[in-house]
Design a protein around this ligand. Structure first.
Ligand SMILES: [Zn+2]
Ligand SMILES: [Zn+2]
Length: 261
């Protein structure tokens, strides 16, 4: 599978990814807080099961108020599990793309994982992952266009299907920061559990065992490359920044062509 290694020094600390962006790594997945003003911020994604109190403690330490909303890149269990509990606690809405709605309202389950894909522990364990149905309908609001939203001012909402039908990414033009959820990773899926190991970050496609449409996934990565991002904040792997990252992402995107048919 196409991948691109990047030197270790391109990794940036998760608690200061870019201006106003702080992340938290929980087990093998990242959540991010995006600050708009001193008292306004938005939580991007909501972690694995049983992470609600971790996210709450982190939020109380780093932000002076509850977020104005929780925004989900997509509905997989490792990105949404604390969303309902946190939204109830903070009394805030949960936003997602309209095509992701059936998986967030209890209507539909994701297709079964492709356990042969990608290798590693995450793939082997994937039949055990909850696939839904998750029901967040009481708080769910839908993004219906790619326009900016009140809950993410100055960010472009970009539909990046492939990993899931309603997957979205977020781009801030002022410093070319890209929050990508699972559109791609900056680590091999085999390495999800040992990011502490000093191995170079690596641009890698979306987690394979759960990616349902590879044609769309490839197009989404190409589309993101047209934005010429310079700071990459993924759901899995370390956040990366700098000129080398910008250039490596371009070649990764133009060569990415996995065989998962
Ligand atoms: Zn996912
Ligand atoms: Zn994920």
């Amino acid at each position: 599978m196409a991948s691109t290694e990047i030197t270790q020094h391109a990794a940036v600390p998760i608690d200061h990814v870019a201006e106003g962006i702080e992340g938290l790594r929980i087990a093998f997945v990242n959540v991010f807080g995006v600050r708009h003003t001193d008292h306004h911020w938005t939580l991007i994604d909501a972690g694995v099961p049983y992470s609600a109190s971790l996210i709450r403690n982190w939020a109380e330490k780093h932000f002076s108020a509850p977020p104005i909303a929780i925004v989900l890149t997509h509905g997989h269990f490792d990105h949404v599990s604390a969303a309902g509990e946190l939204a109830d606690h903070w009394n805030v809405p949960i936003y997602a793309h309209q095509l992701e709605a059936p998986y967030l309202t209890g209507e539909k389950e994701y297709p079964p994982p492709n356990t042969g894909a990608g290798g590693g522990l995450m793939s082997l364990l994937s039949p055990m992952y909850p696939r839904g149905p998750v029901d967040l309908s009481a708080r769910l609001r839908l993004f219906e266009s790619e326009e900016e939203s009140r809950v993410l001012p100055n960010w472009q909402i970009i539909h990046t299907p492939g990993h899931t039908p309603g997957h979205i990414s977020f781009f801030r033009g002022s410093d070319r920061t890209l929050l990508v959820g699972d559109a791609f990773c900056t680590t091999k899926p085999e390495s999800f559990f040992d990011a502490a190991v000093a191995q170079p970050p690596e641009l890698h496609g979306p987690p394979a065992y759960f990616t349902s449409n590879w044609t769309d996934a490839i197009l989404s990565i190409r589309r993101l490359s047209l934005l010429q991002p310079r700071i990459l904040a993924p759901g899995h792997g370390k956040p990366l920044a700098g000129a080398e990252v910008e250039q490596k992402f371009q070649s990764f995107a133009s060569n990415f062509n996995p065989d998962h048919s």
